[in-house]
Design a binder for this molecule. Sequence first.
Ligand SMILES: [Zn+2]
Length: 155
Amino acid sequence: MEYKDVTTAIEGSWNLSFWEWKLESIALIRKTLEGLKEHKMLANKCPNCGLVYFPPKPFCRCLSIPDKFVEIKDTATVTTYTFTGAWAYEGIADDEVSGTPLIFAGIVFDGSDTMTVCNLNDVEPEQVSVGMRVRLRWPDKIEGTLNDLLHCVPL
Ligand SMILES: [Zn+2]
């Protein structure tokens, strides 16, 4: 690899309003995270096209601002999934297969129009399918972070 002692500059204009956009996103997520502490799933809805975003988004794909919070359910449908771990790989000798596969799923909570990601628990990988119904496994101690949304189980 070749290393250079020269700094390369790229001229252009940079829209610094993105920083404000990030702050708006944090505020939106904070409201949702606070709702989790009361077992509420708060999404935001676009007044123009009606799409419901979970987690909330500051701008809709139709470029309107989703400005109304709506409560959605903690039940969801699996839209995609994958496995991790040695279990998932064919061709490995039996004595090399170890560990428990993690199942990552894209899910859409009932009442939302957008996908989020979770781990599926209490299910074998070969039992998972697109369209499978699942429910959020609320943690014993809700912390009001995105980790509260980490695990789902079959209905
Ligand atoms: Zn919209």
